[in-house]
Design a protein around this ligand. Structure first.
Ligand code: PRX
Length: 647
């Protein structure tokens, strides 16, 4: 595949911040002398008390500990707002583009400062103090960014729950973090449809096991029930609040936020990110990966409910004094031209989205792209899942007109920022390859036994050999789980959970998860979570969930269910189970295909053989591999006969 190489376009190379020689020398220093490298780059943000120590990390399984800049003090909101006031107070910080194309607002750094300070004071009035947790269950409105930054200002720890999660999932996270406050809106607005946020919060509160308050932004003006003494309208408390709020000095290692994410086992984990290392890493990757220049308009289409929204809509761009676009809607509303119309309207220079969006817009036809004037675009980005070469080429040719490098950025909730990626002015591109590591990142390829593969060209398990500043620090409330999830399987390395191929040039091609995590439209999901939701249904006795290739979503959710004795396999029940999962977890977990399976393939010790289930779901049952360990081989024939994903 290496013959398909796209060199750095000349128009980008001549102005880029980093060329190839600079990349190579900076990368070398970052690995050979991380203390010197990060001491220098740690100064890119403002410290209230400068750090004297830089890296202090151990991947030793018995003593995993990660600290960066550990004696420094800073405040993230001061870095994202206050330090820009003098030089760019009147520059737009956030361009908000509403769901309705006629709805948009430019918010300057000065306005951002005032609004965040007022909200921070309102938090204090509601009893939120340094170290307290605040849950945000928000639509994509500017108040979501204010709510994050106001937490950072007073040292509260935010935990955003994506607005597509169900009341149950929300309640788990409110309880798990013992949050004092939930910030939400009356309703969200997406693709012309209303999302019942406050109603969901009310339902969640039936399961909340401690006292907490609810702060409600009026977005649609819809009629939502409020409870006296617990619920407060945003405008009522933020309106009269003082706009004077000094930023709280925080230790570099104090948590900035918790973000729940799915793993291969058990319920989602609260990934904890730090204040200092995280901000250094988010801002540096944002600047170099997107070749961000002062005055550029930058748009990341993610939702703030995911890590991409944290690092690359809010913290990275604002720390760099950027103009960042925040989009409330969906790519296809009111028409499949929406993304491109917004690019034209706001003269977007840098555009960062997910392959699933590219694939669905590709299906809508290139006439929707060609209608818009996209001459402002300079850099394109991709994140969330491997981008298939066909989608890459369409993105490059139809959207980027062969002038815009595509940065295919591999990273994870846990890594805080981008890990493997091209740099626009430095890296030749290969469709489907995330190419090379960012500064300070040491990818290694391991075989199944955990030995490092020394050959350049190889396929294996992707691990990272040493710490970088943006790395997660722990699992909230469960450091043992942090250690066992990421440092136990392959001792001495950070285990990312992905497989990869390294080509003869040393470029990395991510091949997908090697664990029981699936990636549906760029949303990460643990198959165990969906299974546990299904077995909670009274008619289900057993369930197994696997991913299968899906043209638009990347992976779809394929469910095998064994029903309780006497239950009938009907279409009606399929619908009921689908709704059940939507209700238990949220619409993003809705099964695509459900197969009733009187028996599941198990080993004699009772372990479900997922390898076989995956193959059947892929409609690739000729290659089932070794089935000799099955307790009952006839089960497989029945599964094949009744498979749901036939050509
Ligand atoms: O499997 C990888 C895939 O997404 C996973 C991380 O998901 P999440 O924590 O939700 O973060 C998504 C946004 C950073 C990874 O383990 N992934 C992410 N980016 C890429 C990718 N797979 C291939 N290529 C990418 N560029």
């Amino acid at each position: 595949m290496s013959e398909n190489v796209y060199p750095v376009p000349a128009n980008v190379a001549s102005h880029a911040l980093i060329d190839n020689d600079t990349y190579l020398s900076m990368y070398k220093q970052s690995i050979e002398d991380p203390n010197a490298f990060w001491a220098e780059h740690g100064k890119r943000i403002d410290w209230m008390k400068p750090f004297t120590k830089v890296k202090n990390s151990s991947y030793d399984y018995h003593n995993v500990s990660i600290k960066w800049f550990e004696d420094g003090e800073l405040n993230v909101s001061a870095n994202c707002i206050d330090r820009h006031l003098e030089s760019r107070g009147d520059q737009t910080a956030i361009i908000w583009e509403g769901d309705d194309p006629s709805d948009s607002e430019n918010i300057t750094y000065k306005q951002l400062h005032e609004r965040v300070c007022k909200l921070a004071n309102a938090y204090k009035e509601l009893g939120v103090a340094k170290g307290d947790r605040v849950i945000l269950y928000m639509p994509m409105i500017p108040e979501a960014a204010y709510a994050m930054l106001a937490c950072a200002r007073i040292g509260a720890i935010h935990s955003i729950v994506f607005g597509g999660f169900s009341p149950d999932a929300l309640a788990d996270r409110i309880n798990g973090s013992k949050a004092k406050l939930v910030v939400t809106a009356d309703q969200g607005l997406r693709g012309g449809r209303k999302v019942a946020l406050k109603t969901n919060v009310n339902a969640a509160f039936e399961k909340v096991d401690h006292d907490a308050k609810i702060l409600v932004v009026k977005r649609t003006g819809g009629d939502v029930p409020m409870t006296d003494g617990r619920d407060v309208w945003y405008d009522d408390i933020v309106g009269p609040a003082s706009a004077d709020c000094a930023p709280e000095p925080m230790n570099a290692e104090d948590p900035l936020f918790i973000l729940y994410t799915s793993g291969s086992t058990g319920m989602p984990k609260g990934v904890v990110h730090s204040t200092g290392g995280y901000l250094v890493y988010a801002s540096m990757t944002h600047q170099y990966v997107f070749d961000y220049h002062d005055g550029d308009v930058y748009w990341c289409t993610a939702d703030v409910g995911w890590v991409t929204g944290h690092s690359y809509i809010v913290y990275g761009p604002l720390a760099n004094g950027a103009t960042t676009v925040m989009f409330e809607g969906v790519p296809t509303y009111p028409t499949p031209s929406r993304f491109w119309d917004v690019c034209e309207k706001h003269k977007v220079n840098i555009f960062y989205t997910a392959p699933t969006a590219i694939r669905s817009l590709m299906g809508a036809g290139k006439e929707h792209v060609e209608k818009a004037d996209l001459s402002s675009l300079r850099i394109l980005g991709s994140v969330g899942e491997p981008i298939n070469p066909e989608a890459w080429k369409w993105y490059y040719e139809v959207v980027g007109k062969k002038n815009c490098p595509i940065v295919d950025t591999w990273w994870q909730t846990e890594t805080g920022g981008i890990m493997i990626t091209p740099l626009p002015g430095a890296t030749a591109l290969k469709p489907g390859s995330a190419t090379r590591p960012f500064f300070g990142v040491q990818p290694v390829m391991l075989d199944n036994e955990g030995n490092e593969i020394s050959e350049t060209e190889c396929e294996g398990i992707l691990c990272i050999a040493d710490s970088w500043p943006g790395q997660m620090r722990t699992v909230y409330g469960d450091h043992d789980r942090f250690v066992s999830t990421y440092f136990e399987t392959f001792k001495g390395y950070y285990f990312a959970g992905d497989g990869a191929r390294r080509d003869a040039d040393g470029d990395y091609w991510i091949t997908g998860r090697v664990d029981d995590v699936i990636n549906v439209s760029g949303h990460r999901m643990g198959t165990a979570e969906v299974e546990s939701a299904l077995v909670a249904h009274p008619k289900v006795s057993e369930a197994a969930v696997v991913g299968y290739p899906h043209d638009i979503k990347g992976q779809g959710i394929y469910v095998y269910v064994t029903l309780m004795e006497g239950e009938e396999e009907t279409e009606e029940l399929r619908k009921e189970l689908r709704n059940w999962v939507r209700h238990e977890i949220g619409p993003i977990a809705s099964p695509d295909l459900i197969q009733f399976a009187p028996g599941l393939p198990k080993t004699r010790s009772g372990k479900i053989m997922r390898r076989i289930l995956r193959k059947i779901a892929e409609d690739d049952f000729a290659a089932l591999g070794d089935t000799s360990t099955l307790a009952d081989p006839t089960v497989v024939e029945d599964l094949i006969d009744n498979r749901q994903n036939r050509d």
